[in-house]
Design a protein around this ligand. Structure first.
Ligand SMILES: [Mn+2]
Length: 437
């Protein structure tokens, strides 16, 4: 029994249901383009916002009843684990994700840290086998403790770098033992507040060294999961080095890790970077580094990371289309890195938030299926680029011409291409018509 025990396991009841604690659209066994909804979405509940936070903001403390918070004892860590798995198993999402600090009792030394994490790992493993929950990814909290105020891998002090290495070793190995399918490195405070006191070149080199050490250790212990970097442009620092997918790709190339590491893209981080979510997803596929998703939304009028639950399927449909066109997320999933509002003090609010988010993703999935089956949007795009499939376009792309040869040919043929419609309005209508909910 926990504060989440009042709700019966959430079931699919269909669009006509008036039950707030039922799925209206998400029917895990429904087949979409040959794959079950559950297998496309790989739904994940995050530990930090839902169980390790009491809803504090910049102006006041926690408001949500989370009786295990505050003391940092093993007893409380155990109670948190049991409540989290109670919620997971009633919600019916198959995956969860966590930071080391989210789950374990407080520790003062690295030795204590290792022991406390191993202790709670036993309980998590037991609950996983009872509930059949799976771990999408684990990660280290390298940003909350005061020692990380100037970053972890990019800290001016190598002892902080070493402390972070010890912490990552513990949680990477725990993630491996728990069957985690990915390991995430969020930049945390890897960036700067002012360049006046920052050696950017040195910090980027140290950051690269850290990532190489993580990848090396992954192979050493036989972890088969994917290592993921999570882009974010700023907050808490003024500038985060993992600014966006393109910046991460440049960093991976510079360090020769572009085949080893992929990205965990967050909707709200894309928004903060001034980019559309679908831009980041499309860029990641284009660079070959698509990994996993932190699904949430920002507030259109707030300039910070509000981490709200998604509730608008049409916003997500273009990214979902891209994901379906690439056959899905591989080892990744849709992780609800989203939190309740501070006034949402009823434990049942956590169910409503997730149910709405899950139905929103299911709607976006069905919209993307409709768009693909109709084939018109794909045909529109194909037609725009048809010239590149014809012999002349192919020869240019394959490098048959030098600039001089191509220029001479263009002059000789007196080519004079005419503008054609980009059909943006039609393309938009071909998406909108499938978002009929
Ligand atoms: Mn966020």
């Amino acid at each position: 029994m926990s504060i989440f025990s009042d709700v019966s396991p959430v079931k699919f009841e269909g669009p006509e249901s008036t039950n707030d604690f039922a799925y209206k659209v998400y029917d895990k066994n429904r087949t979409v383009l040959g794959k079950r909804m559950e297998d496309w979405l790989r739904l994940t509940v995050c530990y930090w916002h839902s169980f390790a936070s009491g809803g504090a903001d910049m102006f006041g403390g926690g408001t949500w009843p989370r009786p295990w918070l505050g003391s940092g004892t093993q007893e409380m860590a155990d109670a948190k684990t049991d409540a989290a798995f109670d919620f997971f198993s009633r919600l019916g999402a198959p995956y969860f994700a966590f930071h080391d600090a989210d789950v374990m009792a407080d520790a003062n030394t690295l030795e204590e840290h290792d022991a406390a994490l191993k202790k709670i790992e036993e309980r998590i493993a037991k609950r996983m086998s009872e509930t059949k929950m799976k771990l999408l990814w684990g990660t280290a909290n390298l940003f909350s403790h005061p020692r990380y105020a100037a970053g972890a891998a990019t800290n001016p002090n190598p002892e902080v770098f070493a402390f972070a290495a010890a912490q990552v070793r513990c949680i990477l190995e725990a993630t491996h033992r728990l069957g985690g399918e990915n390991y995430v490195l969020w930049g945390g405070r890897e960036g700067y507040d002012t360049l006046l006191n920052t050696d950017m070149k040195a910090e980027l080199e140290h950051f690269g060294r850290f990532l190489k050490m993580v990848v090396e250790h992954k192979h050493k212990i036989g972890f088969k999961g994917t290592i993921l970097i999570e882009p974010k442009p700023f907050e808490p620092t003024k500038h985060q080095y993992d600014r966006d997918v393109a910046a991460v790709y440049a960093f991976l190339l510079k360090n020769g890790l572009e085949k080893e590491v992929k990205v965990n893209i967050e909707v709200n981080h894309a928004t903060l970077a001034g980019l559309d979510f679908e831009h980041e997803v499309t860029a990641a596929y284009a660079y070959g580094i698509m990994g996993s998703l932190d699904i949430n939304r920002g507030d259109p009028r707030s300039g910070w990371d509000t981490d709200q639950f998604p509730n608008n399927a049409q916003d997500i449909a273009p990214a979902m289309l891209e994901i379906l066109n690439h056959g899905g997320l591989g080892t990744g999933g849709f992780n609800f890195d989203a939190k309740l509002r501070r006034q949402s003090v009823d434990p049942k609010d956590l169910y409503i938030a997730h149910i709405t988010g899950i139905d929103t993703l299911a709607r976006a999935l069905l919209a993307a299926e409709g768009i693909i089956k109709e084939k018109r949007l794909a045909a529109l795009k194909e037609e725009r680029y048809a010239g590149w499939s014809a012999p002349f376009g192919k020869e240019i792309a394959e490098g048959k011409y030098t600039l001089q040869a191509l220029a001479d040919l263009a002059v000789k043929k007196n080519i004079n291409p005419k503008p054609v419609s980009g059909k943006q309005e039609l393309a938009e209508s071909l998406v909108a018509k499938h978002c009929k909910f």
